[in-house]
Design a protein around this ligand. Structure first.
Ligand SMILES: Nc1nc2c(c(=O)[nH]1)N[C@H]1C(S)=C(S)[C@@H](COP(=O)(O)O)O[C@H]1N2
Ligand SMILES: [Mo]
Length: 326
């Protein structure tokens, strides 16, 4: 497979990974948007990739070396789609709300409290967080429980680095992540759609898995507010809601944390929420997904993969009935 090196250092799958349909669709879009005439295939694909990585003018760049062990070969979602189709209920429940309303979030200055069952409780500011470990770029699939998915180049490092630094005690069995809850910055908090603050959690071994990412950026820039600035967690083998945004507190606990979606609808959203095509949501199938950006009548439905394709994590669940612990 041909790999094309992009100016921002991101390796992208080229030609063989881009289906004729995708080429056709990008071409159609370009002709529409730019009123260009027919373009030769190679130049066209090149432009499609540039378009996919068109970023926010003036946004702060974040240098990071790509870690090729964590790069899926799917075509990355366009930056525009990844930043205008969001779930961030603190800013409203419509997909477009976060992009419209998250401008009131103040991602700097920012601190994260690390507490609970740790030998070294601490408060880290953003600079300390950015310096804690080398930043890496990783391209992950993210699959929402609602049946859509994206492919996003994140910047960050394994959450395991935080665990190492905080030195959990032998009593630490879980990690709880708490999102900021400030009515002045987050208009959605006025709605009782969820119990605030938004809380998510992982079992200790899940949190320690190298795939679990503490993300501070995407597409080579600092995180846009609507994607959870300035720091979020990304757990790629679980449904998207496990990946809490705009985190202010990380707490190591003995007991399984009470998580926002599980509290609001326990029969629909379990604590584990591993991507699993064999366990349907009570109101819809989880067997397939729609890749954002591939809409339209030509779009094929993608088969949802067990653990979202991250089969390495299977060993975390040996002996567990994943229909019971959904
Ligand atoms: N604090 C907070 N974190 C959150 C959410 C939220 O509403 N509030 N939504 C979750 C859901 S349902 C998904 S699918 C992902 C979406 O991340 P993205 O908008 O960056 O794609 O964020 C997750 N993290
Ligand atoms: Mo989601």
């Amino acid at each position: 497979m041909l790999i094309k090196r992009q100016p921002n250092g991101i390796d992208l799958p080229f030609s063989s990974e881009i289906t004729p349909r995708e080429i056709f669709e990008s071409r159609r879009d370009f002709i529409k948007q730019l009123a260009l005439g027919p373009i030769a295939g190679g130049a066209l694909a090149e432009m499609a990739l540039r378009e996919a990585f068109a970023q926010t003018p003036g946004a702060q760049k974040l240098a990071a070396k790509q870690n090729s062990a964590y790069v899926v070969m799917d075509k990355p979602t366009a930056f525009k789609d990844a930043t205008t189709y969001n779930n961030f209920y603190e800013f409203g429940t419509d997909k477009a709300d976060p992009a419209h309303h998250a401008g009131t979030l103040k991602p700097r200055p920012w601190t994260i409290a690390i507490e609970g069952e740790v030998k070294k409780p601490m408060t880290l500011d953003l600079d300390a967080l950015l310096k804690l470990a080398p930043l890496e770029e990783r391209i992950y699939r993210l699959r929402c429980v609602e049946g859509w998915s994206m492919v996003i180049p994140w910047t960050g490092y394994s959450f395991a680095e935080i665990i190492k630094k905080a030195e959990p005690t032998g009593n630490a069995k879980f990690v709880e992540f708490t999102t900021l809850a400030d009515k002045k910055q987050m208009p959605g908090l006025g709605s009782p759609v969820l119990e605030w603050p938004y809380v998510e959690g992982l079992r200790m071994d899940e949190a320690n898995h190298p795939l679990t990412l503490l993300a501070v950026g995407m597409y080579g820039e600092v995180l846009p507010n609507q994607n959870g600035a300035p720091v979020r967690i990304v757990v790629p083998w679980k449904y998207g809601f496990k990946s809490a945004k705009s985190i202010v507190k990380i707490r190591f606990t003995r007991e399984q944390p009470k998580t926002a979606w599980n509290v609001s609808a326990p029969q629909e959203y379990g604590f584990y929420s591993n991507v699993n095509p064999d366990v349907d949501h009570p109101r819809w199938s989880q067997a397939t997904e729609r890749r954002i950006g591939e809409d339209g009548f030509l779009a094929r439905k993608r088969k949802t993969l067990m653990f979202n394709g991250y089969s390495d994590v299977a060993s975390l669940y040996t002996g567990m009935d994943l229909k019971k612990f959904f």
